[in-house]
Structures are given as C-alpha cells and as structure tokens.
Design a binder for this molecule. Structure first.
Ligand SMILES: [Zn+2]
Length: 130
C-alpha cells in the first residue's frame, strides 16, 4: 500500500519525537500512531535493566489514558538516523491482540510502505527496545 499524506505526517511526528526526546540511552526509539478520526499519540521506549518497555506499549498506554482504544496506523522511528523500524515480535503480538486491523508503516525512508499488521513478518527479539 502507498502512503497517504496522513501517513507521511505520522512518520514526521515520530521522527520529530525521536529527534527531540531520544537523546540518551534511556530513550532511543519513538512511535507515533493515529486514530481513524485523526488523533495522534506518541511514545518513547524506556530502556532499563529491569526490562523497560518498547515505545509501542508506552504509546498504547498513552492513548488509553485519553480513552482511545482503537488505533488505525502506527510507525516506529529509531534515534540517530536509524530510520523506520518494524515493531519487535513482542510488540507485534501485543498490537495484534489490541488492534487486529492496524496498519504499520515500514521500509527505508525513501521507499516507505504501509502493510497490514497481520502481514508483517514476525521478528524475534526486541529490536525496537533500543
Ligand atoms: Zn517492542
């Protein structure tokens, strides 16, 4: 699927948060997601030896605090020019349970595309945990 203007705006939002807020080893990845009615939520990962959290669950919790339980599209961007990264395996599982119809923006920045969450190849590990 090709990117809509709103998808490009979402990538910009996540990139801006990554640049502004991911400036230490504690926060290295930012995620942004949009609801069907256009609200945007963002989150950063929380890196810690106790386990911490990827940016996606932080974002889901942020949306939930605003009463939002349905997200349409998500993108995750890593700090220091590491570009768009897919959700890790654990986050894919979480997102599938919470938002089975979620669209995910993936790919290199010059060739981004949108894929249904269900079609993302499962990835082991926690690449987005930073
Ligand atoms: Zn993750």
């Amino acid at each position: 699927m090709e990117l809509r203007d709103t998808d490009r705006a979402l990538v910009q939002a996540a990139t801006a948060v990554a640049k502004l807020r991911c400036r230490s080893q504690r926060h290295t990845v930012a995620a942004a997601a949009r609801t069907a009615d256009g609200r945007v939520f963002t989150g950063v990962n929380v890196h810690h030896g106790s386990g911490g959290s990827c940016a996606e669950p932080v974002l889901v919790g942020t949306a939930a605090t605003q009463g939002v339980t349905a997200l349409e599209t998500i993108v995750t961007v890593a700090d220091r020019g590491r570009e768009v990264v897919p959700p890790c395996g654990r986050c894919q599982e979480l997102l599938r349970d919470y938002f089975p119809a979620l669209r995910v923006i993936v790919g290199p920045v010059d060739a981004l595309r949108v894929v249904p969450l269900a079609e993302l190849p499962s990835e082991a590990g926690s690449a987005t945990a930073g």
